[in-house]
Design a protein around this ligand. Structure first.
Ligand SMILES: *Cc1c(COP(=O)(O)O)cnc(C)c1O
Length: 426
């Protein structure tokens, strides 16, 4: 089939559309072919061509402890011996539900699914069922997975590949999706004033992480909370990235705003496929088998994924973990700003905790309009320069650079030094 990344990619392209199972992995927007991964451990990842990198992608967020942490491997090994899926209740799913409910302020009850996409799709359905209303509001450049109704003006790969809307999603499916600019409370207020009684939910990334990193403006999340209370709208925080990332309790803990429903994914699977949605008891109990809103899954609450998630959360509960992530995130972003400051190129660096992103623009980036002014050609050159120097970054401007607990200060210093050099010539 092949011996190196290039040969495997040719073979893959004949068997898998674009050679990949998720579009951004194809490296199209950075003008090179993807590297095939052989293995990863701690902060490091190795390709099949024998090159070693310091990884700042973290599998797009989940690997907050670094790769293959012993605590997760031990839990998974033990579970594997006892079977990998039963389609019946297990103690592990109750333990993970308890850990999630303890940590995340909005969650009284939670249901496990197998991806973030399923979590957001199900949360929207539940909000619609609960309110008996059809419409919902989402924000431009926020990505909530690839279910039809949410795939409008979405971030992540669509932004990277310049796909504004997707064939296959019918006008009817998105007729009840209202898209507004991120961080624009006035726009939300205007829509709710006009048609608040038809709006079931507002879904928002409390820190946007799929158009690069865009923090909420002061008062934005609080304002959404107040508007939702006024109009009886279900507030959904999509914390698939931010949950257990920006604080143990996610962005809702960090900003002190409690939504009605929250969606989780990425970190809570400890590197296995998991999503979850949860919230207030009276809303969650609309779900079957208690209530009428249907939702199900053959592999939901998969025991291997549950023990991996549980081991990850246990590790994150150790004292000082989020202080360390904050310190390392600040070190990386601060160093990057200084490096960019002496380069002949305009950049702005956004960061919340261990999520950072440098945009190649001179504008403050607070929404999709400003994020999309970033010079993606320059990002591509920066990406290639960093890859050549052994730093594995997201092959897209519109993703986060993730710091993990496995990164050492020396690795972050080396990253900044390499960036300073690369930025001189992008
Ligand atoms: C990654 C992501 C999703 C989708 O999760 P998948 O597991 O890829 O389906 C949804 N929402 C946000 C905010 C995400 O970052």
């Amino acid at each position: 089939m092949g011996a190196n990344s290039s040969e495997f990619f040719s073979a893959a392209c004949k068997l898998i559309p674009g050679g990949v199972n998720s579009p951004v992995r194809a490296y199209k927007s950075v003008g090179i072919e993807p590297r095939f991964v052989d293995r990863a451990k701690g902060s490091r990842i190795w390709d099949i061509d024998g090159r070693e990198y310091v990884d700042f992608v973290a599998s797009w967020g989940p690997m907050i402890l670094g790769h293959a942490p012993e605590v997760v491997l031990d839990a998974v090994r033990e579970q594997l011996e006892r079977g990998t899926s039963y389609g019946a209740p297990t103690c592990a799913e109750v333990a993970l539900a308890e850990a999630v409910a303890d940590a995340v302020p909005s969650i009284e009850e939670v249901r496990m699914v197998s991806s973030g996409t399923e979590a957001t799709m199900s949360a929207i359905r539940l909000a619609r069922g609960y309110t008996a209303r059809d419409k919902f509001i989402k924000f431009e450049g926020n990505y909530h997975g690839h279910s039809d109704a949410l795939l409008v003006a979405a971030g992540s790969g669509l932004l990277t590949l310049g796909i504004p809307s997707t064939p296959g999603v019918t006008a009817g499916t998105v007729a009840d999706t209202i898209v507004l600019p991120y961080n624009d409370l006035d726009a939300v207020a205007a829509v709710l004033e006009a048609e608040g009684e038809q709006v079931a939910a507002i879904i928002v990334e409390p820190v946007a992480g799929n158009m690069g990193v865009v923090p909420p403006r002061e008062g934005f999340l609080q304002g959404l909370r107040a508007l939702c209370d006024t109009y009886g709208v279900v507030l959904i925080f999509d914390e698939v990235i931010t949950g257990f990332r920006v604080a143990l309790g996610g962005a809702q803990e960090l900003y002190g705003v409690t939504p009605d429903l929250s969606t989780l994914g990425k970190i809570i699977g400890g590197g296995f496929p998991v999503g979850a949605f949860g919230g207030k008891r009276d809303i969650m109990e609309q779900l079957a088998p208690v209530g009428p809103v249907y939702q199900a899954g053959t592999l939901s609450g998969n025991p291997v994924a549950m023990v991996a998630g549980l081991a990850t959360i246990e590790a994150l509960k150790a004292p000082g973990v989020y202080e360390e992530l904050e310190r390392k995130g600040a070190k990386l972003a601060g160093g990057l700003c200084r490096a960019a400051g002496s380069a002949p190129v305009h950049t702005v660096c956004n960061r919340v905790g261990s999520m950072a992103c440098m945009f190649f623009t001179h504008l403050e980036v607070s929404n999709w309009t400003t994020a999309s002014t970033s010079d993606t050609g320059r990002y591509a050159a920066y990406f290639r320069g960093m890859l050549d120097r052994g730093f594995w970054l997201a092959p897209s401007q519109f993703e986060a650079t993730f710091v993990s607990l496995a990164h050492t200060d020396e690795e972050i210093d080396a990253f900044i030094e390499a960036a300073a050099e690369v930025l001189k010539s992008v």
